[in-house]
Design a binder for this molecule. Structure first.
Ligand SMILES: NC(=O)c1ccc[n+]([C@@H]2O[C@H](COP(=O)([O-])OP(=O)(O)OC[C@H]3O[C@@H](n4cnc5c(N)ncnc54)[C@H](OP(=O)(O)O)[C@@H]3O)[C@@H](O)[C@H]2O)c1
Length: 262
């Protein structure tokens, strides 16, 4: 028996890199048809070369409604329906410290990061909702350990990832009984997650070995997580095996909630 993803039609925003790319690769292996959106054409072309006819690539920005609308429309035209919308695209604040950042940069960073992490999630859900009602489908948000705890980023990232939880809960309530709405909350993961331009002058770039060491130190399972480590949670939430699950968040973080007081 497979994972039940065969013939599912899935959109993954930010499917060209990191967690979104790993989810895309696995879903296609499982027999799903997938559409991805990202801003960089080179990354989209690389994915297209690898996956051919089971992948649709759309160059676009999740913070623009018309781009979300386009990927939904083109997906339904090409694959006939939409079963799952994965709002995964996101950007980071690099742990920039609130006190260090100028008021102008605080504001600019807020607009830049919330436009992608929060507004992008709102607009994607809005553009997909009608098609998902038709298929009794589901939405999956990529949230974060920063949706629950401080120090998974700076204030911009942490607040944006908390905001996604509010969106998830209200949508799960409003879209029931037709559409399930859930999330995966990865812990620190070795990806290229990029620091937004307004905060780049305020952050130190750390090399991957140091990043891996820091991540391992913080979670009880002592895993420096890779994108692939989270994919199983998306598979479960996208499949009909989770038909009674809505409004839930699967933490895939090496056990951050059981760190204890020590
Ligand atoms: N890495 C971690 O430690 C970690 C931990 C917890 C949660 N997360 C979350 O996981 C998600 C994926 O991040 P990742 O770590 O896999 O980072 P990543 O490797 O940088 O992937 C981010 C993806 O989002 C796309 N993207 C960014 N801004 C976009 C926009 N405005 N419109 C469309 N696409 C956009 C990127 O492509 P383009 O740049 O070409 O647009 C890329 O495909 C994010 O929501 C992040 O907050 C990451």
């Amino acid at each position: 028996m497979g994972t039940g993803l065969q013939k599912k039609v899935v959109i993954v925003t930010g499917g060209t890199s990191g967690i979104g790319e790993a989810v895309t690769r696995r879903f296609i292996q499982e027999g799903a048809q997938v559409s991805i959106m990202g801003r960089s054409k080179d990354r989209l072309d690389r994915m297209s070369d690898e996956f051919g006819k089971n992948l649709l690539t759309i160059q676009g920005d999740v913070s623009k409604y018309e781009d979300n609308q386009k990927i939904v429309k083109d997906t339904v035209e090409k694959f006939g329906k939409l079963d799952v919308f994965i709002a995964n695209a996101g950007v980071f604040d690099g742990f920039a410290k609130f006190l260090d950042v100028s008021p102008e940069a605080v504001e600019e960073a807020y607009d830049y990061l919330f436009d992608i992490n929060v507004k992008g999630s709102f607009l994607g859900a809005k553009a997909a909702a009608e098609e998902l009602v038709k298929t009794k489908g589901s939405i999956i948000f990529t949230v974060s350990g920063a949706s629950f705890y401080p120090d998974g980023g700076g204030v911009w990232y942490t607040a944006s990832k908390h905001a996604q939880i509010g969106l998830l809960r209200q949508l799960a309530f409003e879209l029931a009984p037709d559409v399930r709405v859930n999330a995966v909350a990865p812990g620190g993961t070795l990806t290229a997650l990029s620091v937004i331009p307004p905060l780049q002058p305020y952050v130190k770039i750390i090399d991957n070995d140091t990043k891996a060491k820091n991540i391992r130190k913080r979670n009880p399972l002592q895993i420096a997580m890779s994108s692939e480590d989270h994919v199983g949670a998306y598979v479960l939430l996208a499949s009909d095996e989770s038909k009674a699950i809505t409004g839930e968040i699967i933490s895939s973080d090496g056990g951050l909630s059981v760190r204890g007081l020590g």
